[in-house]
Write a protein that binds this ligand. Structure first.
Ligand code: ATP
Ligand code: MG
Length: 450
């Protein structure tokens, strides 16, 4: 496997060179292609989503765990599979020059979560419902819904054989879409059966693909014998008809696999969740068996898969653990937020509730002191930093989205009372209110009124 990039951890600039470059004008640095900054106005949307997600996961007994961004490359080549898009061409892999280790920035969470569960003997005496969220990295061609650093909410049920837990995960997701007010998101379901069923299907599939060699693109030709199932996952329009008519893995499933699938379907029916059986759904990673699913929408253009998951009973053993079944899914956060922003009110929340304006050094220090007990009372307060005229401080107060401005100047100090100005008219009033509140009453009054 050729690493997507080569870097060394030491910059390699000699002192002389670096001194030389410092005397030249500094070339503006921009974020890397496909890696996005989240600025404060949109960060509010991220935080709101994360808060909803944590509560939602807790309501099903899922607990958070966190794994490192960097792992040994072999975890992913082994876990995800050599002949997959991710391992073949999307991984940020490099040699750590400090100790010559080959490392990879995680391109997904499951392999690392499983590695951690094995390393810490988590599955020794009981199964675990766990989740994590954070950035993952894939060297892809950037476009809407496809970035090089993106974020996933990753949920894993480790040590559960299903099908009850498979269904629980899907039902959970339906609840999340409801919590977020999302519509137009649908479920596609398939079963990948077990190893022997896939082997029988694979043989039939290879015969079929050999017959249609003329329509296979270069990638498909290469995968014909290494990973023929993935050939069916093609996005190449010229290969769709061929893929549609290929032997279906679903038709090779034996009674046990079908019973597992039926078990999932029954429970989805109980929960009133509609799905479409998509026999072409194979998912881009090698570790799946039995249940696989995706939640898809038409509202995001070409990148319409918001969430993908499935059962991976073989992975834990494959990466060195005692055999144990497992099932999980990953949600693409950027795609989910894109979808949320189409169906909700996106006004950025205020920076604070109270903006404190002051005039003169003494008033400035007093404002800082008065702000602390307000914060003790649970109010969010910004004290204007530095000194400026009343007018420009007012402008800032207004732009902050605060409910009230608290004004402290020489008069207020003399009267030991702050001028409090409502920045927006309350319902039923023509004009925003203004009043004077004694310093000692400030916390009690503002707590009631703001
Ligand atoms: P795709 O077919 O879109 O490439 P995938 O099968 O590679 O998706 P998974 O590995 O299943 O994706 O990742 C889970 C989810 O993460 C996807 O359903 C999607 O929402 C999101 N995702 C995957 N790749 C990217 C990316 N490059 N940028 C943003 N989100 C992504
Ligand atoms: Mg992909």
């Amino acid at each position: 496997m050729a690493p997507a990039i080569q870097i060394t951890t030491r910059g390699g600039l000699s002192l002389q060179e670096s001194n030389h470059s410092m005397t030249q004008s500094f070339q503006k640095v921009r974020a890397l292609t496909g890696m996005k900054d989240v600025l404060p106005d949109s960060s509010a949307q991220w935080e709101a989503l994360e808060a909803t997600v944590r509560e939602w996961l807790a309501s099903y007994g899922y607990r958070n765990m966190r794994t490192p961004v960097l792992e040994h490359t072999r975890l992913f080549t082994r876990g995800i599979g050599e002949v997959t898009d991710i391992v073949e061409k999307e991984m940020y892999t490099f040699v750590d020059a400090l100790n010559n280790e080959q490392l990879t920035m995680r391109p997904e969470f499951t392999a690392g979560m499983v590695r951690a569960a094995i390393e810490h003997n988590m599955l020794y005496d009981r199964p675990h419902r766990v989740y994590t969220m954070g950035p993952v990295f894939r060297h892809e061609r950037p476009q809407r819904g496809r970035y090089r650093q993106f974020h996933q909410i990753d949920v894993e049920a480790l040590g559960f054989a299903g099908p009850d837990v498979d269904a629980e995960l899907i039902v959970m997701l339906a609840r999340l879409w409801k919590l977020l007010g999302l519509k137009d998101i649908r479920l596609e379901l398939n079963s990948l059966g077990q190893g022997d069923e896939r082997a029988a299907h694979r043989a039939a599939l290879i015969v079929y693909l050999e017959k249609h060699k003329d329509v296979l693109d270069e990638e498909a030709q290469r995968r014909l014998y290494t990973n023929p199932l993935r050939v069916l996952d093609t996005k190449n329009p010229a290969m769709q008809e061929m893929a549609n008519n290929a032997p279906r893995l679903f038709d090779f499933l034996g009674s046990e696999s079908l019973a597992h699938f039926d078990g999932v379907c029954e429970r989805l029916h109980d929960a009133g969740i509609e799905y479409r059986l998509n026999p072409r759904l194979v998912r881009g990673l090698d570790y799946y068996n039995l249940t696989v699913f995706e939640w898809v929408t038409d509202r995001l253009g070409a990148q319409g898969t918001v969430c993908g998951g499935g059962r991976y009973d073989g992975l834990i053993e494959l990466v060195g653990g005692k055999p144990a079944p497992a099932v999980g899914f990953a949600i693409g956060v950027e795609r989910l937020l894109d979808l949320c922003s189409q169906s909700g009110d996106q006004a950025a929340p205020p920076e604070c509730q109270i903006y404190m304006i002051h005039q003169g050094p003494e008033a400035q220090r007093l404002a800082a002191q008065l702000a602390e007990p307000l914060r003790d009372a649970g109010l969010n307060v910004i004290v204007h930093a530095g000194s400026a005229g009343f007018k420009s401080q007012f402008k800032r107060a207004d732009a902050s989205g605060a409910t009230v401005a608290v004004i402290i100047g020489a008069e207020e100090i003399a009267a030991q009372a702050a001028s409090v100005k409502w920045l927006r008219a309350q319902s039923g009033e023509d004009q925003p209110q203004q009043e004077t509140i004694a310093f000692e009453r400030l916390v009690t009054e503002l707590k009631l009124k703001v």
